[in-house]
Ligand binder design. Structure first.
Ligand code: PGA
Length: 249
């Protein structure tokens, strides 16, 4: 049985003290063993949160990383720097990074590899635009993204640490959610893609999240689906709604 993983992507919200106040207000209610809970705050909070989460079950995640270990890369953050702060998960290839900051499939692949080398988990985001869905291209688009992201990645690493988040771009921050059947169909397809790339065992280990306007009302239905192993939550993770989503059952 795959353990569900619910991650909060805080995006560019909260100062360190605001984030700390909010985290402390919810930490005891999300500190569970039932699901893996991950909080991905802005980089500025990672150091403080690393202390606050010490000894807790909630894991620390980052929203981005650069793939080089160190050097002249102004403004970037290396996987070693994240590892030193006890960061266990890192979102890569979020659609906002792909569309606003030019992140390519190749960069996503490099980032995933750099994280996996250090035994951290990339949460690899994939998903189609509304135009691509309407023209029926969504499976091709997502298959291409998954294959590119996993290029040259060893099966043991995939089994141990890779998480894929299916985030249809039209559902992110819009209040429009994919239906639970649409989400399930794509998450199943992603698992099938991984099966074709590797084998059944790897596909069965892989955790596939759904993301895009997940809220306390739709979480239980989405998370009841066989191939949906968790949620990547944006807006609702900044509020007490996140507690209800973590405790969706
Ligand atoms: P949303 O964002 O929950 O606000 O739609 C999800 C995400 O971008 O990961």
């Amino acid at each position: 049985m795959r353990k569900k993983i619910i991650a909060g992507n805080w995006k560019m919200n909260y100062t360190v003290s605001q984030g700390e106040d909010f985290l402390l207000s919810i930490i005891d209610t999300i500190n569970t063993d039932e699901v893996d809970v991950v909080i991905c705050p802005n980089f500025t909070m990672l150091d403080r949160f690393s202390d606050l989460l010490e000894g807790k079950k909630v894991k620390l995640g980052s929203q981005n990383v650069y793939y080089e270990p160190k050097g002249a890369f102004t403004g970037e953050t290396s996987p070693y720097m994240l590892q030193a702060l006890n960061v266990k998960y890192c979102i890569v290839g979020h659609s906002e990074r792909r569309t606003l900051f030019g992140e390519t499939d190749e960069m996503v692949n490099n980032k995933a590899k750099a994280l996996l080398e250090l035994d951290m988990s990339p949460i690899i985001c994939v998903g189609e635009t509304l135009e691509q869905r309407n023209s029926g291209e969504m499976f091709d688009v997502v298959e291409k993204q998954v294959k590119a992201a996993l290029k040259d990645i060893d099966k043991e690493m995939v089994k141990r640490n890779v998480v894929i988040a299916y985030e249809p771009i039209w559902a992110i921050g819009t209040g429009v959610t994919a239906t639970s059947d649409e989400a399930e169909d794509m998450c199943k397809f992603i698992r099938k893609t991984v099966l074709n790339l590797y084998d059944k065992e790897t596909a069965e280990c892989l955790r596939v999240q759904y993301g895009g306007s997940v809220n306390p009302k739709n979480a239980a239905e989405i998370l009841s689906k066989e191939d949906i192993d968790g949620a990547l939550v944006g807006g609702a993770s900044l509020k007490n709604d996140f507690v209800s989503i973590v405790n969706y059952e």
